[in-house]
Design a protein around this ligand. Structure first.
Ligand code: GAR
Length: 227
């Protein structure tokens, strides 16, 4: 229950693909590891496998390419999301850039998971880019969304070592379960009313977070040591 409203925090989830992060959230809710309710799953791709993970009544989709431009699609999507009155909007593999108006409308309650240690490797092909750069560590970030791609303030990160001989697929496969744990841990903070963003700064329990939180091997978040 949310301490302020006495009801379960309402999550809207935006998806474009297979939906393994959405599934991690569903599983955490089912196992009582996350005290929240998914009130809608929204997709720019009506064929997205992620949609199948929730009952029909929770699904909303529209083919983004059929709209005149991004602003028109974003406005329709924003109305649909608003209609379910979410406390938090979580982008779980949502692969379209959200425009200024959308971000503004859900300002302070819009989170995204990205498969890199931001600010490194915004955009696509993050695993291959980490390998090409010879990085010894790779990871995932959950951040507040701003109109610039993958540029919002980072709340928390999960790290994995890059092992000799790793391919981009190996890295992606090893990172995914950590990503899932990271997402659940951050959504638990958000749902408990412990997370906020003001003026580009993340606050945890009312205190400004100067470094992203870090996930440990038990799925617990700790104060971060990396900027
Ligand atoms: C995840 O790895 C997520 O971090 C990434 O897409 C994948 C979606 O997987 N998101 C981005 O790249 C956003 N920039 P899923 O559909 O199985 O959750």
């Amino acid at each position: 229950m949310s301490p302020s409203t006495g009801r379960k925090p309402r999550l809207a989830v935006l998806v474009s693909g297979r939906g393994s992060n959405l599934q991690a959230v569903l599983d955490a809710i089912a196992d009582d590891r996350l005290d929240a309710e998914i009130v809608g799953v929204f997709s720019d791709r009506p064929g997205a496998a992620a949609l199948e993970r929730v009952p029909l009544a929770l699904r909303w989709s529209a083919e983004a390419r059929a709209f005149a431009d991004r602003a028109v699609f974003d406005a329709v999507l924003a109305d649909a999301v608003d209609a379910v009155a979410p406390d938090w909007v979580f982008c779980a593999g949502y692969m379209r850039i959200l425009g200024h108006a959308f971000v503004q409308r859900f300002d302070g309650r819009l989170l995204n998971v990205h498969p890199s240690l931001l600010p490194r490797y915004k955009g696509l092909h993050t695993h291959a880019r980490a390998l090409e750069a010879g990085d010894r560590e790779h990871g995932a970030s959950v951040h507040f969304v701003v109109p610039e791609l993958d540029a919002g303030t980072v709340v928390a990160q999960a790290r994995i070592p890059v092992l000799p001989g790793d391919s981009a697929e190996d890295l992606a496969m090893r990172l995914l379960p950590e990503e899932h744990r990271l997402v659940v841990a951050v959504l638990a903070l958000a749902s408990a009313g412990r997370l906020a963003e003001h003026g580009g700064q993340v606050q945890l329990d009312g205190q400004t977070l100067f470094k992203p939180l870090e996930l440990d091997s038990d799925g617990i978040l700790h104060p971060g040591s990396h900027s």
